[in-house]
Write a protein that binds this ligand. Structure first.
Ligand SMILES: Cc1cc2nc3c(=O)[nH]c(=O)nc-3n(C[C@H](O)[C@H](O)[C@H](O)COP(=O)(O)O)c2cc1C
Length: 179
């Protein structure tokens, strides 16, 4: 056994991570999108997901205000859009406009769904936990949507071997797991 830094230990298992997007809105209903690797399915009944958002992110401010978010799952075709929303702040740009992603009004929550994503969950924040430089927000799923035309690989980690690099940049590497 060799004692190492946390970063070195984490490098052995942390990546690749399944990527999701979270959509929030400001008081004027203008939407922002954040890319997230740190997320977890936390309850089946009712369905709940936890997402961990850095305290300095604009999305952190917005989710605190609107107490709702849409959790959207991008496919492999959205690598460029994921990279953009994950490296630029919504304080400076309208990410829907800049990426060309299509906002679709949600049924229950204020943030819109993302039309190009494979799955969209409408969530309300039911809990929050301080976690160092991030806050964990727990969202209860109110309703869910799938894109029926899109049966494709997720930008994700899976149980199978066979990681295939699909894109990325700026220190991020996206890929899929082939069965
Ligand atoms: C693949 C990927 C995964 C990321 N995962 C997280 C994460 O889990 N939590 C987080 O706070 N930021 C994460 N980020 C960084 C944010 O997406 C990024 O800082 C974003 O620009 C924040 O946007 P905002 O300021 O509009 O909220 C990730 C970025 C990428 C590209």
């Amino acid at each position: 056994m060799k004692e190492v830094s946390h970063n070195e230990a984490a490098s052995w298992w942390k990546r690749p991570e399944r990527i999701v997007l979270a959509v929030t809105v400001d008081a004027a209903q203008k939407a922002d999108i954040i890319a997230l690797g740190w997320k977890m399915h936390t309850s089946s009944t009712p369905p709940m997901y936890a997402i961990s958002i850095g305290k300095l992110r604009y999305s952190h401010t917005l989710i605190r205000q609107c107490r709702e978010f849409v959790l959207a799952v991008p496919g492999e075709d959205l690598s460029e859009e994921v990279l953009f929303v994950g490296t630029v702040s919504g304080r400076k740009v309208d990410k829907f406009e800049a990426t060309g992603l299509t906002p679709v009004p949600a049924k229950i929550v204020k943030p819109p769904l993302i039309k190009e994503c494979i799955v969209n969950h409408e969530c309300k924040v039911v809990g929050e936990l301080d976690s160092g430089d991030h806050t964990i927000f727990v969202g209860e799923v109110l309703t869910s949507w799938i894109c029926e035309e899109k049966k494709q690989n997720l930008s994700s980690i899976g149980e199978q071997s066979g990681y295939v690099h699909t894109g990325g940049g700026k220190g991020y590497r996206f890929g899929i797991i082939r069965p």
